[in-house]
Write a protein that binds this ligand. Structure first.
Ligand SMILES: C[S@@+](CC[C@H](N)C(=O)[O-])C[C@H]1O[C@@H](n2cnc3c(N)ncnc32)[C@H](O)[C@@H]1O
Length: 190
C-alpha cells in the first residue's frame, strides 16, 4: 500500500533532482516496498548519475511505539505492520529493469556509520516513529554533504506525533535548519 502521497513524492523528487549536483549518495531509511526507492533509482539512471542508492529497513515492519508516539488520532502503525521481505523489494528493481540498490536489512539502532555511505547528498527518513526518526537522524547527521538535504516524512502528521518530536528535539541541538514544514520536514545544514 502506498505510504507517500503523490504531492509529497513530487516534492521529494524535485529535491532529489536538485541534490544530484552535490557530492555523495542517496539514502532512504525505511524503504518498505520500495515505492520511493524505485523513483530515486529511476532518476539516477535517467540522469546517468554515478551516485549510489542505499536503502534500509527491518523488513519486519515497525518496532513498538514508545510514549512519544501515542496519539488519539493514530491507532494504526502498530508493531509489526508494514512488513515486506527484502527479496520482494529486490525483485521490484529487477522487474523494472533498474539497478538494484544497496539494500540493508537491519533495525536502525543496530546500524553504525560503516553501514552508510561516506557522504550523503540526500537522506529520506521515513521510519514513522519517534525512536526510528531519532536513530535515523543520528546515523546521517555527520555524513551530510555541504548543502545536503534531509527529508523527513510525516512531519506534523497528527497520527505520528513522534516524528515531529524527534525532529524538533534534534534541531535544537544541531547546526541544521528546517526550511519547510507541512508533511515533509526539509532540513539543511547551516
Ligand atoms: C512508512 S514505511 C516507508 C515507506 C517508504 N519510504 C515509501 O516511500 O514507500 C516505514 C518503514 O520503516 C521501517 N522501519 C520503521 N522503523 C524502523 C526501525 N527502527 N528499523 C528498521 N526499519 C524501520 C518499517 O519496517 C517500514 O517498512
Amino acid at each position: 500500500m502506498k505510504q507517500v502521497a503523490d504531492s509529497e513524492t513530487k516534492e521529494i523528487l524535485k529535491i532529489a533532482r536538485e541534490s544530484l549536483a552535490l557530492p555523495g549518495d542517496f539514502v532512504e531509511l525505511g524503504c518498505y516496498e520500495g515505492d520511493t526507492s524505485l523513483l530515486f533509482a529511476e532518476l539516477l539512471r535517467e540522469t546517468g548519475s554515478d551516485k549510489k542508492l542505499w536503502i534500509y529497513d527491518s523488513f519486519e515492519g515497525l518496532p513498538a511505539k514508545t510514549s512519544e508516539d501515542e496519539s488519539a488520532a493514530g491507532e494504526n502503525f502498530q508493531e509489526g505492520v508494514l512488513a515486506v521481505t527484502k527479496r520482494e523489494v529486490k525483485l521490484r528493481f529487477l522487474r523494472a529493469g533498474l539497478p538494484v540498490p544497496i539494500i540493508k536489512k537491519a533495525w536502525f539502532k543496530d546500524l553504525t556509520a560503516a553501514d552508510l555511505p561516506e557522504t550523503i547528498a540526500l537522506a529520506f527518513l521515513d521510519g514513522d516513529l519517534y525512536q526510528s526518526i531519532k536513530e535515523s537522524l543520528a546515523l546521517v547527521e555527520d555524513k551530510m554533504a555541504e548543502g545536503g538535504v534531509i527529508v523527513v516524512h510525516d512531519y506534523n502528521n497528527p497520527e505520528l506525533p513522534g516524528v515531529t518530536k524527534a525532529v524538533d528535539e534534534w534541531l535544537i541541538k544541531k547546526p541544521f535548519k528546517l526550511v519547510q514544514k507541512d508533511s515533509l520536514a526539509i532540513i539543511k545544514l547551516v
